[in-house]
Write a protein that binds this ligand. Structure first.
Ligand code: CO
Length: 185
């Protein structure tokens, strides 16, 4: 079996999520299933599933992050592709054996406890490649973060454009009893 399970997502950096949705959602017909704040990466991300993979529209929320500098320097476009792997440690070991340059020589812990690492574009013929080893908690954590962003957007009225806001409003009413095991009410 291949150690690579699938393309998990393609990340596209944009300066305006709402404008980007005119193409990806309205014209192309993809559905936006999540919009979430990713404080670690100082960005807001909209998720648009395409079968078993996703397009992720990433908007930096600061001017100082790596992804913000990338946007400033090159303009909107593909930022990275993410490959989901069974065993990230084994994958990194194998890449090292092949002399591949790694941005993260050891996995770093991403949201939901998932282990991630980036491979340097110098070794991939110009494409930033992200590797993911997922944890089973991922869907719950993703929803919790989406709701936190919805609360913030509603109380502060900033961060996201109008179309995204309406999506977030819907999300607040989302009945999450089936997704969360614990009983909040
Ligand atoms: Co990614």
């Amino acid at each position: 079996m291949s150690p690579i399970k699938r393309i998990n997502h393609v990340a596209i950096v944009v300066d305006d999520i709402e404008k980007a949705l005119h193409f990806w959602r309205d014209a192309l017909g993809l559905e936006v299933t999540h919009v979430e704040d990713v404080p670690d990466q100082k960005s807001v991300v909209a998720f648009l599933p395409t079968g078993s993979s996703e397009v992720e529209l990433v908007k930096p929320t600061t001017k100082k992050s790596g992804i913000a500098r990338y946007l400033h320097k090159r303009g909107p476009g593909i930022h990275h592709i993410c490959l989901e792997v069974d065993d990230i440690q084994a994958c990194l070991t194998k890449l090292r054996e092949h002399g591949v340059r790694l941005v993260n020589p050891e996995p770093i812990i991403g949201t939901g406890g998932k282990r991630i690492a980036f491979v340097h574009p110098e070794s991939t013929h110009g494409v930033l490649v992200e590797l993911y080893e997922l944890t089973p908690q991922e869907p719950q954590i993703r929803l919790a973060r989406a709701r936190a962003l919805a609360d913030r957007a509603l109380t502060q009225g900033q961060l996201v454009a109008a179309g995204v806001l309406s999506f977030l409003r819907g999300l607040r009413d989302f009945r999450d009893a089936e997704v969360f095991d614990d009983d909040e009410e």
